[in-house]
Ligand binder design. Structure first.
Ligand code: F6R
Length: 361
């Protein structure tokens, strides 16, 4: 049931404040974190995060969190590569498998591969009865509710929330987060439903920009730090449902090749909250503008003021304390893909060649 929305994808994007609220109520109740008592990261030597597609990008964001908040060595890989490259595994390591469906063949095979070679396997899944949930030592549900649209949206932000809770737990267990920092991070996460609601209010602005993006042949997405995986996710979402060629890059990589693509017909979406890396991203953005590239800057109030003139367009998100801005940046990225697909008249919920659950390797 689309609950009055034109597409499941629109409904699922709009549901994010409420499903994030559900996940918060479960994992971050009033008194802190609610995770199984024996989930103790103290002696964990390293964390290996394995997934496919959008779930892999959630892992790529989480790597920044586990490293920054918990000092935990963390490696990530796509499931289809992981198993075939003889990854060194540690008996004192944990492996985490992230999957909306819990049935993705490559991710399931990767889980089976590490069994017995790591101390513990965790599943971060939306479907608690799925194969991956059943076969992992511990399954943590993301509580996003049924996701019907082939392009993953609410599952992505809920995966991020659960991974953020795990990173905070790791930071506490490993003595890396003092009380004040911990409390501040909990407060940021608690504010997410409201922040995401504010981001959703950008829909009419994004719809207007999408009419123009729909005419492009190629679109680039740029981000730094934990926003880099969001650039990859933005490009994936756009390709999947609008069939426009899109690529995501780390902002600093632009000058190492992709800048050759820039001309006045290439929209460049820059995801840049006003954080400690902002000035560097602005200079990357200016390199694009100097070549007539059409920059769509997604930032917050302070960022937009500091960036100055010359962009094609901008979107103002609420300010979000580092490092959780990626969760809020997911919203404009999803809406841009959605409205661009609408402008192109493609089948948003059932894009060609794609299936909701990929059960072949
Ligand atoms: C992208 C998308 C896919 C899935 C990927 C993994 O919008 O939906 O990239 O994220 O196929 O699926 P799950 O999470 O079910 O393992």
């Amino acid at each position: 049931d689309k609950a009055g929305y034109k597409h499941f994808m629109a409904k699922e994007i709009a549901q994010q404040p409420s499903v994030l609220g559900d996940a918060l109520a479960h994992y971050l109740p009033e008194d802190g974190l609610n995770l199984p008592a024996d989930l103790d990261f103290t002696g964990v030597e390293r964390l290996t995060l394995v997934a496919c597609g959008t779930a892999h990008y959630a892992c790529a964001v989480a790597k920044y969190w586990f490293e920054a908040l918990a000092g935990l060595p963390c490696e990530i890989d796509v499931a289809s590569e992981f198993r075939y490259r003889a990854p060194p595994l540690s008996e004192r390591g944990w492996a985490v498998f992230v999957s909306q469906s819990g049935e993705t063949a490559d991710t399931l095979a990767a889980l089976r591969h590490v069994k017995g070679q790591v101390a513990r396997t965790l599943a971060v899944v939306n479907v608690p009865t799925s194969s991956i949930a059943r076969e992992a030592d511990l399954a943590l549900p993301i509580l996003a509710g049924v996701e019907v649209g082939v392009a993953s949206t609410k599952a992505f932000t809920c995966q991020l929330l659960v991974l953020a809770a795990l990173a905070l737990k790791a930071g506490r267990d490993r003595g890396r987060l003092d009380d004040a920092a911990y409390a501040a991070h909990l407060e940021t996460l608690q504010a997410l439903p409201g922040l995401v609601n504010q981001a959703l209010a950008l829909a009419p602005e994004i719809e207007a920009l999408a009419a123009e993006v729909a005419r492009a042949q190629d679109v680039l997405f740029l981000g730094r730090g934990p926003l880099y995986p969001l650039a990859l996710e933005g490009a994936l979402k756009l390709k999947e449902i609008s069939y426009i060629h899109a690529e995501g890059y780390a902002s600093g990589e632009l000058k190492h090749g992709p800048i050759a693509l820039i001309d006045r017909d290439v929209p460049v979406v820059v995801l840049a909250p006003h954080d400690r890396l902002f000035d560097k991203t602005v200079s990357n953005m200016q390199e694009v503008m100097a070549r007539q590239g059409k920059v769509l800057l997604v930032s917050d109030g302070p960022g937009l003021r500091a960036a100055g003139a010359g962009t094609w367009a901008s979107l103002r998100l609420p300010e979000v304390a580092e490092p959780f801005a990626p969760i809020v940046h997911a919203i404009p990225v999803q809406l841009l893909a959605y409205y661009t697909a609408i402008a192109k008249g493609t089948d948003v919920d059932q894009p060609r060649n794609l299936a909701k659950s990929v059960t072949v390797e």
